[in-house]
Design a binder for this molecule. Structure first.
Ligand SMILES: *[C@@H]1O[C@H](CO)[C@@H](O)[C@H](O)[C@H]1NC(C)=O
Ligand SMILES: *[C@@H]1O[C@H](CO)[C@@H](O)[C@H](O)[C@H]1NC(C)=O
Ligand SMILES: *[C@@H]1O[C@H](CO)[C@@H](O)[C@H](O)[C@H]1NC(C)=O
Ligand SMILES: *[C@@H]1O[C@H](CO)[C@@H](O)[C@H](O)[C@H]1NC(C)=O
Length: 829
């Protein structure tokens, strides 16, 4: 007790002593409420100013600015003030005497006041802080790192040293603010294992319940974007923090978060819903071009029709005022919105010429993609773009740029190819990655196809170039010894050239590298196989076993995609499916609501109906939540989810009546099928005539038929127990021939009951190449297999005729075709 009192007294006395001899000037500077007061103090006390005073003065100058709203800041005035210069000179002379914290604070303040990066005071402060790096406290170190980051010194050796220090002290960091700043600062120079330690630390320190962690969560997103890693646990935690911080979500943070989500390939329907609600409330408040561009970017793609219309109108009004960058943002968003508003498009095209010169080459490439994607028809603009792009192409030495320019040149309307372009292409080929080769090939194939090579013997040249391209592609592939690098190059590869020239070889190469398949690359490998539709058993089995061994490390939504590959290509592996299902059904909360529908469908195609998943989905409160979220999802995703829900509903009704789930998609199907009337193509007409001949009359078969549950089949006919065709007329089933489209809505009432005993309904289907895997096995894919299964449940005998059989040489004469069809109908049961 006594001890305690003495301590208290002592501290008290020391505090009083400090106040008494405290520096009057220091407190005067500290209490300034306007910049001019600071400057006048500086002017009057020049000779007396110590390094401490100088540091505080800079600090106060920034604090005063910080208090003002952004648009009312006067940093220009401050920096231009003669006493500011005095302060700078004093500081530079006293750098060595400053305390560690003061050095970093001063650096921070002057950078926030927008002093040039290479200002001599800034240089002196950086040098001094660098010397003392090892002994800086963690807060000072993180602030210093932030300064370096702001100065774009990402690859500077100092950053390497900072990273080293963070590595040593990581365990002692307990402040997520400090950690988040350090992580962003050193993101360019960290190893993978260090990266993983940082991620774990961040997961530990970031608190969901703490709204104050909003800004740190944003920084964590920035970190993930810097290292290009879609690390689910941290991303989802950040997302949950954002969801709980509605009050902090303004247009700037929302568009910032959306931008980072987009780059990371992450999305979250609940965040979309919240943002949509917050932004739609007062869309008229965003009157300045910068905030409006952000609003347009964030809200445009998910806005309902009324808000969307207002956004488009305002954007057109504001077109003149947008900066070059904002113009790009608007066009990019229009493309995402699939905007067909010609007025706005013309408006944007009309303001573009004044910005064109300020874009760098990759922005021009993007711009061209947006404009062609939006079907812009401003030929004058395109010809300006062409000149600029050709200029860049002439001087380009980077294969990636060269390839990108060539690819977009091919998108320009009525483009005349010049020899310079093919020469340039030929020159970079040997250094090109598969992705870039694919870009160049796409352009060449298009030009060749559209006959746009006009100079003498140009098509010959083009053929030679394509040959060289193929050789380079093969060579590149053969040299590969890393599956990861290969998959990285393949991420954006697609199209005819690749499919025809390199597909087989690439799959073979993946097989050769099969030992390199690990849980970290099963997802990109599955993407690749899904894209190419190659059903390679060795690879599939390996993916399955790696996935099963690592289910805890792979995110459920990624396991979903792997299952999607297996089910789409109809590769049954019961053990694999069962193991994944068991894992996923105990982790359903990791999925977004709409993802559960997709998962349900994928499993249904493969013939699995986990009860917990089915009852979760077919639940009124689930479905109404889904309805709300669908409104803010991107259109293509929305349509995909709706159609999968319908298919899942159908599958459950047909295959699992024990769930007692009603079929509630009748109206949806009517709408969809009403909007997409199937055409009667020449093949169908041709076959219909043959069926008429075989069965003995046109009344014995029907073309383009909708079954119950809305499967569309090419032909239907009914044979009685003696294999004699039954006439639709006789059965009084009305034949709706107008427009060549037959709709029969309810077979239950008309057809099925009416069938005499022993009679059989036959569904005849022609399957094109999309129904089969692309490898030599030409295995029937998942969807047509399910269709067959379901039609059989509906009482059909299903005859599926693959295109490769029908088109084979044997069936080239009409007689052979007739015989083949007859056999299919009567012969094989
Ligand atoms: C900076 O100061 C100079 C002369 O002191 C003056 O001419 C100039 O307009 C000032 N600039 C700003 C942005 O205040
Ligand atoms: C194109 O034709 C000219 C003569 O017409 C010939 O000299 C030249 O070698 C040809 N170029 C190529 C690449 O075939
Ligand atoms: C999923 O469920 C299992 C238990 O079945 C559990 O061990 C695991 O941690 C859960 N979460 C994830 C992401 O795998
Ligand atoms: C539907 O889901 C809600 C919320 O998950 C749950 O409370 C309810 O019991 C479910 N209803 C049925 C019929 O399963």
């Amino acid at each position: 007790m006594l001890c305690l009192r003495r301590v208290c007294l002592l501290t008290l006395r020391r505090c009083q002593a400090r106040t008494l001899c405290s520096d009057l000037l220091l407190s005067q500077i500290n209490s300034c409420t306007h910049e001019d007061e600071v400057f006048s103090l500086v002017a009057r006390n020049k000779a007396r100013l110590s390094e401490k005073h100088v540091g505080i003065a800079f600090n106060i100058l920034w604090q005063l600015q910080k208090k003002r709203p952004f648009l009312l800041r006067t940093t220009e005035y401050v920096k231009n003030h003669s006493q500011f210069l005095t302060l700078c000179v004093l500081a530079e002379n006293k750098v060595k005497d400053m305390e560690d914290e003061a050095i970093v604070d001063t650096l921070y303040s002057i950078l926030r006041l927008n002093v040039e990066d290479h200002d001599s005071l800034a240089e002196a402060l950086v040098t001094e802080a660098w010397k003392r790096l090892e002994r800086l406290s963690l807060p000072a170190l993180s602030k210093f790192t932030l300064c370096l980051y702001k100065q774009h010194r990402h690859f500077n050796p100092i950053i390497g040293q900072v990273a080293h220090i963070v590595d040593m002290k990581l365990d002692s960091i307990q402040d997520v603010r400090i950690l988040s700043v350090l992580m962003v600062g050193i993101s360019d120079v960290i190893s993978q294992s260090f990266r993983d330690r940082l991620l774990h630390k961040a997961e530990q320190l970031l608190e969901e319940e703490n709204e104050g962690h909003f800004n740190y969560a944003k920084r964590m997103l920035q970190f993930l974007q810097n290292i290009k890693l879609k690390y689910h646990p941290l991303l989802e935690k950040c997302n949950r923090i954002f969801l709980k911080s509605a009050s902090r979500l303004d247009i700037h943070s929302i568009s910032n978060i959306f931008g980072l989500y987009e780059q990371l390939g992450f999305d979250n329907a609940e965040f979309r819903l919240l943002a949509n609600q917050l932004l739609s409330e007062n869309i008229d408040d965003y009157y300045n071009p910068e905030t409006f561009a952000k609003l347009f970017f964030a809200l445009g793609p998910m806005a309902g029709s009324r808000v969307r219309e207002r956004l488009l109108v305002t954007a057109a009004h504001m077109a003149e005022e947008f900066s070059s960058h904002q113009v790009l943002v608007i066009l990019k968003t229009m493309k995402k919105m699939k905007c067909r508003n010609s007025h706005l498009l013309e408006k944007m095209a009309s303001v573009l010429p004044k910005h064109l010169d300020s874009y760098h080459v990759l922005q021009l490439v993007k711009l061209t993609q947006y404009l062609t994607g939006l079907r812009c028809r401003n030929l004058e603009l395109f010809s300006k773009l062409k000149i600029l792009l050709l200029g860049y192409l002439k001087s380009s030495v980077i294969p990636a740029d060269t390839a990108a320019i060539i690819r977009v040149l091919a998108m320009l309307p009525s483009f005349q190819v010049e020899e310079m372009i093919t020469n340039k292409a030929a020159a970079v080929l040997p250094q090109c990655s598969l992705h870039h080769l694919n870009c160049i090939a796409t352009a060449l194939v298009k030009w060749n196809h559209h006959d746009q090579l006009h100079w003498q013997n140009s098509s010959e040249l083009c053929a030679k170039l394509l040959q060289k391209l193929n050789d380079c592609g093969f060579e590149r592939l053969q040299k590969t010894n890393s599956l990861n690098l290969l998959l990285e190059e393949l991420t954006h590869v697609n199209g005819q050239w690749f499919e025809e020239v390199l597909n087989e070889e690439t799959v073979a190469m993946c097989q050769r590298l099969i030992d390199q398949i690990t849980w970290t690359n099963v997802l990109p490998l599955s993407f690749f196989l899904k894209k190419t539709n190659h059903r390679c058993p060795a690879l599939f089995d390996r993916i399955a076993s790696v996935t099963v061994e690592n289910t805890d490390k792979i995110h459920p939504s990624e396991i979903y995609f792997i299952l999607f590959l297996f089910s789409a290509l109809n590769y049954d592996n019961e053990e694999f499916f069962k193991s994944c299902i068991q894992h996923l059904t105990s982790n359903l909360s990791y999925f977004e609501i709409y993802q559960l529908v997709l998962l349900g469908h994928v499993l249904a195609v493969a013939g699995y109906f986990p009860p917990i998943l089915i009852t979760t989905i077919f639940n009124v409160s689930f479905l109404s939540k889904l309805d709300a979220q669908l409104k803010v999802l991107p259109d293509t995703l929305k349509q995909r989810v709706c159609s999968r829900l319908m298919k899942l509903n159908r599958a459950v009704c047909l295959e699992c009546p024990e769930f007692h789930i009603p079929w509630f998609h009748e109206q949806y199907c009517q709408r969809v099928f009403h909007n997409s009337m199937s055409r009667i193509n020449p093949l169908r007409q041709h076959v219909h005539r043959m069926l008429t001949e075989i069965l003995g009359g046109s009344q014995y078969s029907r073309i383009s038929v909708l079954t119950p549950y809305y499967y569309e089949i090419d032909f239907e006919c009914v044979l009685d127990e003696n294999k004699k065709p039954l006439s639709y007329m006789a059965q009084n089933i009305h034949l709706d021939d107008v427009g060549g489209i037959h709709l029969r809505h309810d077979i239950k009432d008309e057809g099925r009951k009416a069938l005499p005993p022993g009679a059989q309904r036959i569904a005849l289907e022609f399957l094109d190449s999309r129904a089969f895997s692309k490898d030599y096995s030409r295995h029937l894919k998942g969807e047509p297999a399910v269709k067959k299964r379901h039609l059989e449940m509906l009482g059909y005998r299903v005859v599926q005729i693959p295109h490769f059989e029908w088109n084979s040489m044997v069936l080239s004469t009409k007689g052979e075709q007739l015989e083949y069809l007859r056999q299919q109908l009567y012969g094989i049961q």
